[in-house]
Design a protein around this ligand. Sequence first.
Ligand SMILES: Cc1cc2nc3c(=O)[nH]c(=O)nc-3n(C[C@H](O)[C@H](O)[C@H](O)COP(=O)(O)OP(=O)(O)OC[C@H]3O[C@@H](n4cnc5c(N)ncnc54)[C@H](O)[C@@H]3O)c2cc1C
Length: 544
Amino acid sequence: MNTNQIPDDNDGRVRNLIIVGGGSSGWIAAAYLSKALNFNVNITLIESANIGRIGVGEATIPTIKEELFDFLGVPEEEWMTECKASYKLGIRFQNWKKPASEGGDHYYHNFGEMPVVKGVPLSHVWMYKHQQQGFAKTLDYSCYSASPICDAMKSPRYMDGTKALHYAYHFDALLVSEFLKKWSIARGLTHITDDIIGTDLSETGDIQALRGASGRKYEADLYIDCTGFAGLLIEKALGEPKVTFHDCLLTDRAVAINIPSDSAAEGIRPFTTASAFSSGWTWEIPLNNRSGNGYVYSSAFQTAEDAEREVRAWFGKKADKVDVRHIKFISGRRRRSWVKNCVSIGLSSSFLEPLESTGLYFVYAALYQLMACFPNKDIDPALRNKFNERVSYMVDDVRDFIVLHFCTSPRTDTPYWRANQNELKLPDTLKEALELQKAGIPIRKSYHSNNSLYDSFEAGFDRFWTNSNFQSIFAGVNYLPKQPMPLLRHRPDILLEAERVFDDIQKKTDQMMAQLPSQYDYLASLYTKGKTGEQAVRSVQQAG
Ligand SMILES: Cc1cc2nc3c(=O)[nH]c(=O)nc-3n(C[C@H](O)[C@H](O)[C@H](O)COP(=O)(O)OP(=O)(O)OC[C@H]3O[C@@H](n4cnc5c(N)ncnc54)[C@H](O)[C@@H]3O)c2cc1C
């Protein structure tokens, strides 16, 4: 560590940084900050052996590959093998239009951008065909190759490793924490096990020191609060309140249940499933050895016992002898995530139900913003303000997109779903998106093509949900304008050109269906490579 240290101790730079908390956010912060600060700052992570971790964040979005694992320089065969990871091509939403008891329904929200034809997204040509010509094929199967590939449980990579489709990961969050812990400690991070029981503040109100149950005192220039819902530093020590979203998001409880799976016999689904239930929705996240599941629900509409019964019934016999974990949460974010010399990251900063798998994105995206605003010891308030503005924008923007799923669902079969239609106080930013949809024009057209997932992380941050995302959800629940995009009545050339694009998508899909291996087969081969890699490292170590 500190190979690049510059000897002047009085130049005002941050030299010592303490992270409190060893959950996913603590260890992602540890690895990310070590690398982003060039291994040039003394980083200490303090975690309690007595206070548990959430450890249920298991589905992700595609940017995690480039912005975290590639950034750290860790190849898939290395970390995926250790973390029981699998690929995710999107989310399959089930029964968001009608309950399973009435036959149910499903649609996919895939990754990547839909093609654009002469400036008009394919979604709007699909809408035109659907509404004017009775075109029956749904948007997710017309505009994306990934939907049938999901049904066929294929891998997004060919057997030689070539990437065919955009993807994210499912993984065991606790194993990812362990992996990043080893990675960080091997690169010089100091790891301490202690319970922090007190905080000393200076006259300016900054954190001066942390007091451990062991009797030790810990001092740093900058403190990162990764203590989860406890918010030990940001809330308990510095008193920063939360802005809650209870007026637009009704859920406040989860019951988590992991179920073992036999992937050799059943295969591995390359998608997260989000099924609407009576008072919320259930996630199913297939890993290589088990499925991580849970039901997010509203305690105003269902008791914990009923919720557990409903989720157990859904999974049937497989859930019979499996323990469940009940979790309480408040949707919202800190008014300011960075206060004085303390930056909160992870659950101590914000929480939104994991409907679009954005929890871990919030962690590495906040770290990215922290690097852009990284301070000296004497913190310029403008840096804090900029960071806080960016993090608040990020969380509020995702909140709007999540609320969109609930307020556009046509379900009215339970009090919970009726409340979603009638009682939500919609944010103005979301109202505007809904108005544009009703008027039939695209919302937030993307700046990049489907070939690249995003131009830059910064640009993707500013325009996180694009027209493709919005239209996947709208079409999925049939929230369509009365009339399709007015311009298209005057542009038969666009409609004609779009037919060629639809055909190209179908041809590409047929070719992928024929040639992509199953996710199970691809992972079996990747895992073998990972194991071979580990053995190679061990034999080099033994030889050394
Ligand atoms: C129901 C649910 C489902 C989720 N699903 C997803 C998902 O699918 N995808 C996704 O990306 N995200 C998901 N998330 C979010 C994700 O789990 C979290 O963002 C992530 O795990 C970060 O948690 P954390 O590290 O902030 O907190 P925690 O895991 O709670 O870790 C807190 C740490 O702080 C330590 N600590 C606390 N107090 C002290 C103290 N006094 N002294 C010392 N140490 C202390 C604890 O020991 C622990 O190590 C989900 C969250 C929930 C609740």
